[in-house]
Structures are given as C-alpha cells and as structure tokens.
Design a protein around this ligand. Structure first.
Ligand SMILES: Cc1cc2nc3c(=O)[nH]c(=O)nc-3n(C[C@H](O)[C@H](O)[C@H](O)COP(=O)(O)OP(=O)(O)OC[C@H]3O[C@@H](n4cnc5c(N)ncnc54)[C@H](O)[C@@H]3O)c2cc1C
Length: 456
C-alpha cells in the first residue's frame, strides 16, 4: 500500500474494519447473489459520514478498487470486489420522518422495509421496491420502480436532496439548489458519482391499500396480458400492479394440488379510496377464472414484503431487461412462449407499468431517459442450486432473445446483468453525454467504476 495503511484506517473508522483472516470476514464479504464469490482486501462497515470519508480516501490513495454496498441486492455483484475496498453501509439504516412536511430522510444503507415501516406509522409512503430487503439508495439511484410509480413517479422523482461523499473525499449536498448538475445525474445515473450517505424524499398519503396476487391458468395468460395492455393505458393512477409468471409456492390460499404448477399471476395494488378497490380490480378479475387469490385490504408495507420469502439471500441470480413501449401481439406471443417455461419457483418475469406520473417528467429532466416507455419488464432468473446454472441462464437468455427485438434498445440499469456494460449508452440515450460531463466533474479518475459504468 502506498497511502494510508490498514492500521491507520482502523484508527480513523468507528465501525468495523474487516480483513482476510478476521472471524467476520466470510460473512462480511457475502452478498445476496450467491454466484458472486469475491475476496475484498477490506470491508469497512461504516457507522457515519466520517467513516465513509476515511474509506473513500483509503481506496483512492492506495489505488484500490472501491465497491459500495447498501442493501447488497446488485445482481451483477457491484457491492463487492476482489482485492479492493468494500464500503458496507448496512450499519447506517435509520429513517427519519417529518410528517408535517411529508418528507423522510433515509441513511445510505436503509432498506425499503426500514423505510416503509418508518413512514407507514404516519400514513405516508413514496415509490419504492416490491421486496423489503432491497436497498433504498441503490434502487433510487437507478430510477426506482414500484407499485406507486404510476401515481407518484419513480423513486428518484420523489428525491428532494442527497448527501454524498465524492471521490475526493468531500461531503457534499446535491439538490435543485446546490450542485444541481450532480442532483440531475443522481436521479437515474446509478452509483457513479459518490457514496450517498442519506437521501431525502417527498412522501404521499398512502397507508392501507387494496390488492394482492391473483393466479390465472396459463391458457388464459394471453387474455390477461392483452387486457392488461389496454387497461393500464388509462387506468386511474392509484392503480399499480403487474403480471408475473410464477410457479405456485406452497401457500395456504393456493389449492394444495396446484402447488408447483405454473401460472400467470397478477399482483395488484390499489392505493386510492379503499371502498373503490374491489370495483377497480373487477374487470381484471373477470378476464378469466381466478384459480387462487389473496386480495384484500392490507398495510402498504405488507404488500411490499409479501414476496420476500420467495427471494431469500443466497440464491443464484441472472437477470435481463429492456424497456418496452408497445406490448404488441408479437410481444404477448413471445411471453406466452417463454413464460410458462419458468424453471424455478423463485424465478419470475414481471412486466412493470411505468406510465402515468413517470411520463410527466421530461426525458432530459433527470438522468432516467426512457420517459416514453410504458413498461419495464424484468426476466429475473433466481434459483437455489448452482448445478442448475446452465439451464436457468439459458431460460433467461432465450426469453430475452425473443423479446429484445420487440423492445427498446435500452433497459433499466438496475435490472441489467454484469454482461450488459456495452449497453450503457443505450440505457441513457440522449442523456449519456451530459452524464459523462458530470462524471468528469465529480469522479474524473473513475474511482466509482463498479456499477453500470459511465466512463469519464
Ligand atoms: C430481490 C430483488 C428485488 C428487486 N426489486 C426491485 C423493485 O421492485 N424495483 C426496482 O426498481 N428495482 C428492484 N430491484 C433492483 C434493484 O433496484 C437493484 O438491484 C439495486 O441496485 C439494489 O440496490 P441495493 O442497495 O440493494 O444493492 P447493492 O448491491 O448494495 O448496491 C448496488 C449498487 O448501487 C449503488 N449503491 C448502493 N448503495 C449506495 C450508496 N449508499 N451510495 C452510492 N451508491 C450506492 C452502488 O453502485 C452499488 O454497487 C430488485 C433487486 C432484487 C435482487
């Protein structure tokens, strides 16, 4: 090492500094996707902004790779590295809510479970991910898609400000009034610009929702997908939800003799007046016989953690994605060909709608460029057994090959795989050159390169 030594770093950091040989090392280097098996030189469990500054300076001065980990969900494993520094923010998870101003500030390692639980007690929420263990910051920096997106926009559209530590070790604020170029880039540009120590969000009145999953037979999937295409085009914006290919898990509301069968599920969320929920969902419910359902009133955080058990840490992950403007008949046919072949109960394909409020933000107003796309589907391969890797990856790739020609060129950066780096320009379209300019200003040496990387 040419700069600060590991011993000096230990003296500067209040949180744990974990290196090979330490008892906690194996646990500290483990990320959510079990395919990723990397051995960092050091994992710094930061407890405050000062710890983050010290860890950034340590990586930069020693010329080491730097990975930043919040919730740890990155499918390509960007939250870890070989022989470099991992900044682990899992010790910084507090969420402070100001109910009067309807805002919340989440620390850099908070998960959506932390966030939703804190805001729910005030009857408030913002757009966030559908699994409670996903990190707030990683999801928001890429855009942020969830049940409330049609009503309130992407997660990044609800950002008010960000505190972050930049590559030179400065702690800066980014908002519409301060470092506005950086604030623009953070809303979609991913982890390219620094370590976010907290994000401040706008909240909205959402407490109890009406929704949940309905399971339709594969033979009816075409009717459901075509209905969804028409319905979602102008459905009230309080309606969020998506079709999903799903092998039935052994849940009590699903007939026992159908456990293990494949269905097209629809996961609905009505965040408007509760007494309207049943009527709003009725046309969808009536498309075809519903084999099993668990639909009703529930706390918003309950829906956002309802599927956690299907995706525990330690699965193998391989995902692919493209944005879609038109769910054409040819596209529906491609889904009907590949969806029923979903190979594992953990795997799925979700077709998230991103119209409504997401479209009211101009394509160049934030780094997230695809404001005219109507859908953000994800082909999410997730399975427990590494000996099944080849078959599961093949399913994802075949599905992707069939749908990509009918899709937009770019996709949502947070659904991209490790082998998607060459698609970075397409993911940002006309915003790419401006992102490069901001990158040159804040990270000219590309210290933050373990991400869907915008090269300076
Ligand atoms: C099970 C599962 C469910 C998901 N559901 C959704 C969903 O509903 N909606 C959706 O939009 N996406 C969803 N995603 C995708 C998700 O948005 C990305 O995987 C995201 O990168 C995860 O963030 P994380 O903090 O959990 O991951 P990490 O692996 O910790 O971080 C991923 C990357 O984000 C950046 N990052 C994270 N924290 C910080 C920070 N504090 N400062 C700077 N950079 C940071 C870094 O570049 C890091 O490499 C899901 C992913 C999984 C695995």
């Amino acid at each position: 090492m040419t700069g600060i030594t590991l011993d000096q770093l230990r003296g500067q950091v209040g949180g744990d500094v974990i290196a090979p040989g330490d008892d906690a090392y194996d646990e500290a280097r483990t990320v959510y996707n079990a395919m990723i098996d990397r051995r960092p030189a050091v994992v710094v469990r930061c407890g405050n902004v000062g710890d983050v500054v010290a860890a950034v300076n340590f990586a930069r001065e020693n010329g080491l790779d730097l990975a930043v980990r919040g919730g740890g969900h990155s499918v390509p494993g960007f939250g870890t590295c070989d022989d470099g520094v991992v900044i682990d923010l899992s010790g910084m998870r507090s969420v402070a809510v100001d109910a009067k101003s309807r805002t919340a500030r989440a620390q850099g390692g908070a998960t959506w479970g932390d966030f939703n639980d804190a805001t729910y007690v005030h009857g408030l929420a913002t757009t966030g991910g559908i699994i409670s263990t996903t990190g707030v910051v990683g999801l928001t920096l890429g855009g942020g898609i969830g049940y409330l997106a049609r009503g309130f926009g992407l997660s990044c559209d609800n950002l008010i400000s960000a505190d972050l530590v930049t590559a030179d070790g400065r702690s800066v604020v980014a908002s519409a009034d301060e470092n506005a170029d950086l604030f623009w880039a953070l809303r979609g540009g991913g982890g390219n610009f620094g370590v976010v120590t907290s994000l401040e969000f706008r909240l909205h009145p959402v407490e109890t929702i009406y929704g949940g999953p309905m399971f339709f037979e594969v033979e009816d999937a075409g009717s459901v997908l075509r209905f969804f295409r028409e319905f979602i085009a102008d459905a009230p914006e309080e309606f969020g939800g998506f079709p999903a290919w799903q092998i039935a898990p052994p849940l009590p509301f699903i007939p026992e003799d159908r456990h293990g069968d494949t269905f097209l599920a629809f996961i609905a969320c009505w965040a408007g007046p509760l007494d309207q929920g049943e009527a709003i969902l009725k046309p969808l419910h009536d498309v075809a016989p519903v084999v099993a359902e668990h639909v009703g009133e529930m706390p918003y955080p309950a829906l956002n953690s309802a599927f956690d058990a299907l995706v525990p840490p330690g699965l193998q992950h391989y995902w692919k994605a493209n944005f879609v403007t038109d769910l054409s008949d040819a596209m529906v046919d491609a889904h009907l060909e590949h969806g029923p072949k979903v190979p594992a109960v953990n795997s799925t394909v979700h077709i998230y709608p991103i119209n409504g409020a997401c479209h009211r933000v101009a394509s160049d107003a934030t780094a997230f460029a695809y404001r005219d796309a109507n859908f953000a589907p994800v082909i999410a391969g997730m399975w427990p057994d590494p000996s099944q890797n080849e078959a599961n990856i093949r399913w994802v790739r075949d599905y992707y090959d069939a749908t990509a020609p009918l899709s937009q060129e770019g996709g949502y950066v947070n659904f991209m795989a490790g082998d998607d780096q060459d698609r970075i320009k397409a993911n940002y379209r006309g915003n790419y050159d401006r992102l490069v300019q901001v990158k040159r200003t804040y990270d000219p040496d590309n210290l933050f390169h373990l991400n869907q990387n915008i090269r300076p």
